[in-house]
Design a protein. Structure first.
Length: 495
């Protein structure tokens, strides 16, 4: 996929324009010698967003990126996967539209047809959208005067970055090199039958029987997507249920949807190894059972891209798994060296990476800055239905760590959801017992990632359920369940 990206980029006219502008960067022309020099290793969200902030604050910025602006997030991970999921969601809607009165007309032999996926066309769209997004990012950072260096960077000193034979001297360095799919010994991907998620978009045809190992966010998203596209899917989970680290009510809804749609869920089943069997695969579980299929997708976590970069030699402390240790303003243990994104292991979300990068540059360049607050982070799982969360969790409340009142409204009572035939899911809000300040919430619904913004604002701005309850919501709308839940909590208020 990355080779295709390079060929595609060679035809982009913006590249020529950017190269011409970069030929006389301000620092090379001798006009910015007194400006802070910033070197950023990695062009993903943590890297390019920090580059934009630093450039806008007047720094002389160099961005080192191996594969292309946007990094793995844009080229192989987040953007491609969500593009694929957009197609799968459409397929699911079409497949379950009979209750709305939608019928597929019969063919010449009288049989009724249905939607089918053209996987090569889907994959072509996935790649083209990723390339286009990367080109947009390149244009944006180039407009701000950021110099892009293609290659892999390493620290030879806390303030010197080596890229091949070039030495980049910097006053501030940001490490944003991301992470890569973890490989399970005995289940090494071959790119044909045993795959990691970065290899999916080169498949020539839809997997007939897909085994997904790992039931976390990535595993659940791809299992649901390929099920909707038409594959038979077996999901191997080492835990009691899918999404073991998420809201249990949400995980239960998703499991029910998956099973209703025909997914085979193997709970409390850990994979010991995967091997090719001619035109298929065989997954061996730790209890001796075997599962056979046409393809196997491994989603067993991420490993940081920090090895061999000279970080520890430069004084940057790593944890036992290789993640860069940072504080709440993204500082590492080495002076003038910051880190952001998946390489830090702090909530592997693009939005968190971007915020870490921005905070790092604001802090390094002397701007007022608020430390990263994980309690404000909104997250979304792009399954169907989606699962969006913000603030405190149900587990924290159940354990007694956070006192709170809770209201949960099923989506089946929402008029807009009924009209659209979306009945799986709920809206759940948590608030403080005495003051009614909104502490967090969970939304399980189509496009929950869009709906969660209202609750995110409430959490960050310390709004009360009274204030949310008095906010107008469109009728009918799924967001109306948010204001209704707030009204329920308002009525139960103890003050």
């Amino acid at each position: 996929m990355l080779e295709a990206y390079a060929a595609y980029k060679a035809t982009v006219a913006q590249r020529t324009a950017w190269a011409a502008a970069a030929a006389c960067q301000p620092r090379e022309c001798g006009r910015m010698t007194d400006m802070t020099r910033v070197a950023i290793l990695g062009g993903g969200p943590g890297g390019y967003e920090s580059a934009l902030v630093a450039a806008q604050l007047g720094a002389d910025v160099t961005l080192v990126e191996r594969d292309g602006p946007g990094g793995a997030c844009v080229l192989t991970d987040c953007v491609p996967s969500k593009t694929l999921i957009a197609t799968s969601t459409r397929m699911a809607v079409l497949s379950e539209s009979a209750s709305l009165g939608v019928r597929f007309s019969g063919g010449p032999d009288g049989e009724v047809g249905g939607p089918e996926v053209d996987l090569p066309l889907v994959n072509k769209r996935v790649k083209e959208l990723a390339w286009a997004q990367s080109a947009d990012i390149e244009s944006r950072v180039a407009d701000e005067g950021v110099r892009i260096v293609r290659g892999e960077g390493r620290l030879v000193d806390p303030q010197i970055v080596a890229v091949g034979d070039e030495r980049i001297h910097a006053d501030v360095v940001l490490i944003a090199t991301g992470a890569t799919p973890r490989v399970l010994p005995g289940a090494e991907p071959d790119g044909e039958r045993i795959l990691n998620w970065r290899q999916l978009y080169d498949l020539p045809e839809l997997p007939e029987d897909l085994i997904v190992v790992g039931s976390g966010v990535t595993g659940a998203e791809f299992a649901g997507a390929y099920l909707a596209l038409g594959s038979r899917v077996t999901l191997v989970s080492s835990r009691d249920h899918v999404l073991p680290n998420e809201d249990e009510d949400a995980a239960r809804v998703l499991e029910e949807v998956f099973q209703r749609r025909g997914m085979n869920l193997l709970a409390r089943s850990r994979a010991a190894g995967v091997k090719r069997t001619g035109d298929g695969v065989e997954v061996t579980l730790t209890d001796g059972r075997t599962v056979t299929g046409s393809h196997c997708l491994m989603t067993v976590g991420m490993e940081p891209n920090t090895r061999g970069m000279g970080l520890e030699e430069a004084g940057v402390r790593l944890d036992e798994r290789g993640f860069v240790q940072v504080d709440k303003v993204s500082r590492t243990s080495a002076p003038h060296v910051y880190a952001a994104g998946d390489c830090t292991g702090v909530l592997m979300l693009a939005s968190v990476a971007a915020m870490q990068g921005r905070i790092a540059m604001w802090h390094a360049l002397g701007e007022a800055v608020q430390p990263l607050k994980l309690g404000w982070v909104a997250a979304n799982i792009f399954t169907d239905p989606e699962v969006a969360t913000v603030g405190v969790s149900q587990a924290q409340i159940d354990s007694g760590e956070v006192p709170a009142r809770i209201v949960k409204l099923p989506l089946s009572t929402n008029p807009r959801a009924k009209m659209q035939g979306f009945l799986d899911g709920f809206v759940k809000i948590f608030c403080r017992p005495a003051t009614g300040i909104v502490l967090g919430g969970v939304i399980v619904a189509p496009r929950a990632g869009e709906l969660i913004l209202g609750l995110s604002i409430a959490v960050q701005q310390h709004l009360t359920v009274d204030q949310v309850a008095h906010t107008f919501a469109v009728y009918p709308s799924v967001s109306g369940s948010i204001t209704e839940a707030a009204r329920r909590l308002m009525q139960e208020s103890a003050y």
